[in-house]
Design a protein. Sequence first.
Length: 166
Amino acid sequence: MRFLLLVALAAASILRAQGPPPEGPPPMRPAPPPMDRAMHPGPPGRWWTDPKLAKHLGLTSDQQHSMDALFQRSRVTLVDLSAGLQKREAALEPLLEADHPDEAEILKQIDRIAQARAELEKANARLLLELRNILTVEQWKKLQTERPRQSDGRQQGREGEGPPPR
């Protein structure tokens, strides 16, 4: 009996030393939209302004100016759509944290979030397609080889995408 009491005390001490259990799973990082993953044309950001890459691809100054103009036109729309998505996601939090969650209202808000995500992804896809259309086929193929490479030589996806396809 005394032995069981000692074992129970030891187990309790070990559990207390480990600290409180974590409060749920770690937050998920959103993956880039599928269209972005499929069409991500090389390095992230305004890659067409990188002099080395522009020279390697053979970009003309007209192409670079067209890409800049397209980027600027699309930027405000993408920012607005992203903000709209964040607002809809923020509106879901209090619904989920309510003492008596209203399932119907939660599902409606999830639909609003899904719609906002779809609109953002479509706008991003339009931008990527228009950027691609400014390039020649040869430039596009060269750009596809510009994705960062892993040490074993395989192409590496962007952060959060998981392993690259084989």
